[in-house]
Write a protein that binds this ligand. Sequence first.
Ligand SMILES: Nc1nc2c(ncn2[C@@H]2O[C@H](COP(=O)(O)OP(=O)(O)OP(=O)(O)O)[C@@H](O)[C@H]2O)c(=O)[nH]1
Length: 266
Amino acid sequence: MTNMRPPQKSKLLKVIILGDGGVGKSALLTRFVSNRYEENNFHTIGVEFMDKDIAVDGEKYTLQIWDTAGQERFRALRTPFYRGSDMCLLCYALDDRDSLRGLRLWRNEFLNYADVEPDRFPFIVVGNKNDIRAEKRQVSSEDVQKWCTEQGISAHIETSSKAATNVTDAFVLALRQWKKMECIAEAEQRQNGETINLTQPIRLMQRRSCCMGGDGATKSADVIDADDDDDGQTTDAAMHAPNAISRHLFGQFRSSPKAPSTNYRL
Ligand SMILES: Nc1nc2c(ncn2[C@@H]2O[C@H](COP(=O)(O)OP(=O)(O)OP(=O)(O)O)[C@@H](O)[C@H]2O)c(=O)[nH]1
């Protein structure tokens, strides 16, 4: 006999990162999962995913994060992988005004192929490259706030994969948005008198299909505990590079180099 609770199983959640080519989606994923940054990244072709364990508010999650090709010509390669996503990071670069405007198309493309309810799906907006010099910045906090309000998105955050700023926070923010949506869905189910399966996340959205990577995914060796900090903020310094990381590619790379703030208290 023991009083010990059985080890808590972590929930597997599929996260998708969308945005124009070159805004830094792959850099964000690499920084989050393996705490590395490369100046000369390759364009993604198709999609690739990596897993990362994270603990938020005392609960464990495995985030299966899908990085997609931002270039228009790879549309057909990326869209089949949208279904089954639990949350979406819409990513733009702070030195590229057009990449913020482009998020409307990204959101529409996602809604179209993922077949989810627009008002019930956890989107967050991520402004990457906030390490750039002030004179290079093309998007102000007011611009992004206005855009988010127009689109009905309640959370945005600025990050820098290069300087390792707010990267973990961006994923925690998305996770908290997902939890918020789950709570709303659960409350609605209760109101409607439906049976709630407490072992499963509540799904308002169309569910995942063949695109999940399952057990074959390589996971980072370390676990981020987003609750560790005294002030409730997560920090990238809390991350450690894992021993062996590999990406699961659903396309290939081609080798051509390319050229903190949030509205949300975590
Ligand atoms: N200054 C700065 N540059 C960054 C940052 N993140 C990425 N970059 C630069 O932006 C380039 C493109 O980054 P990627 O991560 O490949 O962009 P992507 O959005 O994945 O691009 P696609 O694969 O074409 O969709 C990198 O090679 C870096 O030079 C950042 O936080 N700050």
